[in-house]
Design a binder for this molecule. Sequence first.
Ligand code: SF4
Ligand code: SF4
Length: 92
Amino acid sequence: MAETAKRDRGSLRIDTDECKGCGLCIEACPPKVIHLSDHLNPYGYRTAAYAGAGCTGCGMCFLICPEPGAITVLRLARGLAAGKFADERVTP
Ligand code: SF4
Ligand code: SF4
């Protein structure tokens, strides 16, 4: 039986210079699509990284992140072609 591919409803940008590697976003992400990378930022912190697929655009990572500007959530916008995301910052 053919499997229907699920389209991602969101995407993620992480500013690695702002990330302190606390891991809160990793714990909070329901589909578990964020991990800690081996990349060290200029302050010596390992930084969060997006898996590249599977984001639902829920915004939990943005809401729990203590570092302003570290995470931007992009949500799939109506009317845009598949895979195009609007640069919409999730706010409380
Ligand atoms: S917006 Fe939601 S699904 Fe997407 S990376 Fe953040 S917590 Fe995970
Ligand atoms: S919650 Fe923010 S500071 Fe902590 S690992 Fe995630 S992006 Fe980095």
